[in-house]
Design a protein around this ligand. Structure first.
Ligand SMILES: Nc1ccn([C@@H]2O[C@H](COP(=O)(O)O)[C@@H](O)[C@H]2O)c(=O)n1
Ligand SMILES: C[C@@]1(CO)OP(=O)(O)OP(=O)(O)OC[C@H]1O
Length: 160
């Protein structure tokens, strides 16, 4: 088994869609980035890459490469999951937290779990997504950005 952790932050700006966990969340602001800026999926990609000892998302998908401009981060996640499968690993379980003062994310969490499970080719029972505010403290609390943490346990494909 191998464990990995990921963390990412993106700025909230006008005239961008808010995509979290592969789900378009209705909101007046969206996250700024070279890709779709899905901060949750980026943290998950980094957790998987970390568990594999394969660096980070910026190494695999440089933000200087036009191929990744506006790309759905679900595609990046599938690529990372394929990398893990190539090394004989699948997701044992994955836990994550989105830190956002607004909008209310609870209604969208189930859909995020389902999208992540499909991208990871595992049962949704192996995936957990949480959301928290910071009680209006810090950059997330002021609504300037959203951050996310993820931890993942990879297991050998044949293991229980
Ligand atoms: N953007 C968010 C943040 C939180 N939630 C849900 O509210 C619960 C309470 O949040 P606290 O920060 O006050 O602990 C949290 O457990 C989430 O279920 C949310 O839906 N969207
Ligand atoms: C995902 C990539 C690649 O398009 O771009 P961003 O959406 O800017 O995301 P970030 O978390 O800053 O880093 C990884 C990037 O290389």
């Amino acid at each position: 088994m191998r464990i990995g952790h990921g963390y990412d932050v993106h700025q909230l700006v006008a005239e961008r869609q808010l995509i979290l966990g592969g789900v378009e969340v209705p909101y007046s602001l969206g996250l700024l980035g070279h890709s779709d800026a899905d901060v949750l999926l980026h943290a998950i990609c980094d957790a998987i890459l970390g568990a594999l000892g394969q660096g980070d998302i910026g190494k695999h998908f440089p933000d200087t490469d036009a191929a990744y401009k506006g790309i759905s981060s679900l595609k990046l996640l599938r690529h990372v999951v394929d990398l893990a499968a190539g090394q004989g690993y699948t997701i044992g379980n994955l836990d994550s937290t989105i830190i956002a003062q607004r909008p209310k994310l609870a209604p969208y969490i189930g859909e995020m779990v389902d999208k992540i499970a499909v991208a990871c080719a595992v049962s949704a029972s192996r995936i957990n997504v949480k959301a928290t505010t910071t009680e209006e403290l810090g950059f997330e609390g002021r609504g300037e950005g959203i951050s996310a943490h993820a931890v993942v346990l990879l297991q050998r494909v044949a293991e229980d």
